[in-house]
Every structure is written in C-alpha cells, then in structure tokens.
Design a protein around this ligand. Structure first.
Ligand code: UDP
Length: 381
C-alpha cells in the first residue's frame, strides 16, 4: 500500500470515529420501579444505536425486591449503572443529598443530555441539577396532566416539563396539553413519540411466563402502593375490607409492595389474599393476562390492563393523567371508600374484556424508543 493510500485510510477511520464521538452523551436518572422498567427498554435501543448512555439510580424506592429481577430480565449485560447511595429518612433530606451527589456525577461525567422519566421526586431532582448546570434535559412521558393542583405527581410533572428542552409525549392528549400551555408561555420542543411501556410490552409479550408458585385456576390480581391509599389508615382499612369481601368470591393474588406490607403490619390489618413477593416484569404480565379481574392503584398497571385488552378497577382519587383511557371509559374508578369499591368492582364484572383497537393511536406502535433514539442521533454536540 502506498504511503498516501495509508494516510487516506487513516483519515477515513478518524472521520468515522469523529462522527461517532459527536453523538450526545446521555445520562438517565431513575429511582423507582417503573422508571427502571422504562429506562430498560430505552437503554437497549440506545445500545443498539451505539449511543453513549449511562443510568444513575437515586435509590428513591430502593428495595432489592423491586429492582434486582428487572436487571436480570430487562437490561442488556453491557448497560452502565451507578447508584447515588444516599442515606435518607425524609423527602427533603433525599432531595438535598441527591442534588449534591448528582451534581458531582454530572461534573465528572459531563453529560450532554440528562433524561428523566415520569413524575417522581427523582425526576424533579435530575431536572433541577441539569437546569442549574445548563445541561440539556429530556423528559420521557412528558405532557401528562391530571389538572389537580394538589397532587405531588402533578406538581412534579409541571416542574420537569418547564425545565425540559426536549419533551417526549407518550399520547396525543399529552401533546395537546403542551400545545395549550405554549399559548401561555414558551414550551420547548415537544412531540408525540408513543409510550415506551407499550414498546416493552410488545417486545416481551412472547416471553411472559408463569410465576413459580401454586395458583388457583381462577383469580383476581391486585396491586396497591399509592401513598394516599396505603399511608392513610382509614383509606387502607376501607380497601382491605373491600378486597377481603371480593376475595370470598374469587381468590385474590397480591404481589405486595414493601411499603404496603409495612403499613398493613403496622396497622394490624389482615388481608384474605394470596400474598406473593413483587414479581418480575415477565411474571407480572403473565398474571395480568390470566387474571379474571385487575384491581390497582398504579398508573402503569392501569395502562398495561388496556394493553391486555382488559378493563381494570382503579382505586384512585381524581385521574392518573392518562386521560384517553378515562375519556373512553377503559377503567372503572373508585375512591378508597368501601361501598364505592364494591360498586365499581360489580361494574367491572360485566365488562372485563374491552376492544383496544385504539391502542396504537393512543400509545404508539411500539416504536417510541426508536423515535427518541433517532432524535438524539440527529443532535449535534
Ligand atoms: N410491576 C411488576 N411487578 C409487580 C408489580 C408491578 O413488574 O409485582 C410493574 C408493572 O408491570 C408496571 C410497573 O411495575 O410496569 C408499575 O409500577 P408501580 O405500580 O410501582 O408504579 P406506577 O406505575 O404507579 O408509577
């Protein structure tokens, strides 16, 4: 090979390398089970698109039961993680320690974009640090609103969206909400991507598998963890009483969240359910698929019921922000009041299977991660 040909090959390689290096350096900040689940599917997409991505876990809901299995089931082996390892007792303590710890990591790692997910304290913390350090912020699950002014989740969504540079909307109504807000003040770039949880569901649905436990042929499934339901003694008593009565008819399987277990024990409340540990994603989806009825207070499970073409009973005050589901009556909703739960459950009995033909229109075709990843690939450093 001539000397000049060798130089040309070298410079071509350098150009290719430069093009690669130009991609944005991305850091996702997560702290709860649903955020771990959402980050997993994006992380896989980033890795196949060769984007430089790292995940930082604040430990907001740290519990091995809620996290270990997801690393095994959902993440690529080469996914990069680190934990903040902050020791905290109260919310403000958590905020102050995470703010400082995250700033140190961002100074060291120099991300071009910080990605946050949903409406948790972890997302607000990531948004505040990124914004103070002039790092671009991207919000996955942007634009959801329940139009309450009291709910902590609503406050968090508004703060994060106001600070975000790139707002990825999971539903058409989320886009509409931000369009409306942009009439009042500038809202950064926002567009429909679809829901990353829909992506995960479609990607994994052939792998859903039975948990390794004895189960009755017919069962209902319940999940319960919202602060307003489990930390309020009266609400928790109402819910337990109604679940116990419903269980007389169909056995109830309860993958119990550690927070709920603690509150049931400390209030001396007995549940007449088959309590099982929190399940991995694949096992939990299998249970949703096979359950006769789904009862939940989870925003995520409410959506997944819809993915399974099932109506669920949502124990919730107000709405979850997934307003398309509410508008179309795709769930029965009840406040944590005994009579109202029983009544909503009766409504559910006659209406379990629903037609979810609108699912692609509402949550996308399963390519939300691809859209988001392509967007990052077009950004120049
Ligand atoms: N989930 C799970 N195992 C369980 C219970 C829930 O994998 O035992 C998943 C569920 O499929 C959904 C997510 O956890 O994707 C929902 O999380 P959670 O209910 O904790 O939070 P929310 O969605 O209300 O924010």
């Amino acid at each position: 090979m001539s000397h000049s040909a060798e130089i040309r090959i070298k410079s071509k390689n350098i150009l290719t390398l430069n093009a690669f290096i130009k991609f944005m350096k991305l850091i996702s900040v997560i702290g709860t089970r649903p955020q771990l689940i959402k980050a997993s599917v994006l992380s896989t997409q980033f890795s196949s698109d060769k984007l430089d991505h790292k995940i930082i876990d604040t430990g907001q809901h740290y519990d091995p039961e809620l996290s270990n299995i997801f690393f095994e089931q959902l993440f690529d082996k080469d996914a990069k993680f680190s934990n903040l390892n902050v020791d905290f007792k109260k919310e403000i303590d958590f905020y102050s320690k995470c703010l400082t710890a995250l700033e140190k990591i961002f100074i060291k790692d120099k991300p071009d974009v910080v990605i946050c997910y949903g409406d948790t304290n972890t997302s607000v913390i990531a948004a505040l640090v990124a914004s103070k350090m002039n790092i671009k912020l991207a919000h996955v699950e942007s634009g959801l609103r329940d139009f309450s002014d009291i709910r902590p989740e609503e406050k968090n969504r508004i703060i994060v969206d106001r600070l975000s540079n790139f707002l990825f909307c999971p539903t058409p109504n989320a886009v509409k909400n931000l369009d409306e807000e942009s009439k009042l003040y500038p809202v950064s770039k926002h567009f429909f991507t679809g829901d990353v949880m829909r992506d995960l569901f479609l990607k994994m649905k052939d792998k859903f598998s039975k948990p390794d436990i004895d189960l009755p042929d017919k069962f209902n499934i319940v999940t319960l963890h919202r602060q307003e339901n489990v930390d309020n003694e009266e609400n928790l008593k109402n819910i337990v009483r109604s679940l116990n009565d419903i269980s007389l008819e169909i056995p109830m399987i309860f993958p119990i969240h550690p927070r709920t277990k603690k509150m049931l024990d400390s209030n001396d409340l007995n549940l007449n359910c088959l309590e099982i540990p929190p399940q991995g994603y694949l096992q939990f989806q299998w249970l949703l698929d096979k359950a006769t009825n789904i009862i939940t207070d989870s925003g995520g499970v409410q959506k997944e019921s819809f993915f399974h073409s099932k109506k669920c009973l949502l124990i919730y005050e107000g709405n979850t922000g997934w307003t398309e589901l509410e508008e179309k009556g795709f769930f029965e909703i009840s406040k944590p009041i005994y009579n109202s739960i029983i009544e909503a459950y009766t409504g559910l009995q006659f209406n379990q299977k629903i037609n979810n033909k609108d699912v692609d229109y509402i949550f996308g075709k399963g390519n939300a991660c691809e859209i988001i990843s392509n967007f990052f690939r077009t950004l120049e450093k």
